[in-house]
Design a protein. Sequence first.
Length: 375
Amino acid sequence: MAVFVSYSSRDKVAVENIVRALTNAHEDPWLDKELSGGERWWRKILKQIRESDAFIVALSENSEQSKPCQAELNYAIALSLPIIPVQIGSVENMMVNRVGELQIIDYREPTVDSAIALTTAVREARQRREELPQPLPKEPPVPFEYLMRLNTTLDGALGPREQEALLAELRRSFNVDGQDEGARKGIAQLLRKLREHHDVTVFTRTEVDALLESVATAPMPRLSPPPGPKSPTPNEKTKASAPKTHWRPSRRVTIAAATTLAVVLIGGVLAYAFWPQATQVVPPPGSDPCSSSNTGTVPFTRWTVDKLTTSCEFGANVAALVTKTLQPRMSKPPPLFVLVGVPSPKTGGVYEMTCMLDRKLVTCTGGNDAKVYVY
């Protein structure tokens, strides 16, 4: 029977070392190389876990943040399979890890000794392998199930409200699962499908473009630090070591880089301060000013609302959160962001508002058709 290897797609290179060691020891490692997603893919993985002699979890911060990896581990534990934790990258806190109490094999710097420890652990695990519990534990749901559900929704007609709801769910999913490569690619694919939908509105298409930009520039998970230098063996200590040389930029290169950065920053500040007013009307025509609005000149502290759907009290709460979000990031403000839990004094409820920045104006929409302009 095979040995199941659970890993994050971002650790493919490091996992190859594990597979190579097991193969050289005439073991039969099984790992998901498709990483495609979907119901059939997930059922195949769960079936393979049940049929395996042992379960190797490739530990790293990437696998810690991966929903599929955590679901696979939880299922293996529920099946009472022998678990073999193999560390291939940094882990923030091993004390609170699900497998922290087990004997962990350090495979961050593969050696002959670590390969022997790995294959020995597999053989010992095979001897501890018990019959699967009956009845079998409940199978975990397909990770990122919403991608398939939303893809089906996109095949039908979509009114403005349906588009807004679908876009809000994709945005929330990106905020939660954006660090996972598979989820981020799936979300981007659905966003592009929504953008080309025959019913799409101009407003939805604009918001999709902004969110696609965020998806494309999403920060990657922290990568494992490069392995440190190995301790020299007695034979190595007797050998003369060649002096190491490190490239350092010349003083001229350093000054040129600093000058370029300064010009870019100063240009951005001047462009913001002296942007021609004729190209943008602030506040927008038709919006109603509120008496409680700030009358100062500091950016993003004044606001107006659409009084047909929005109260000035709610507008004040939205404006306060916009100011809190943008003031610390004035050098590089986000083009799109979401305010969560904005309280409404009128209804007593809390709402989510999607905000888009266009030069000197922030337009926030959401709630019960509320609209707030902050400038």
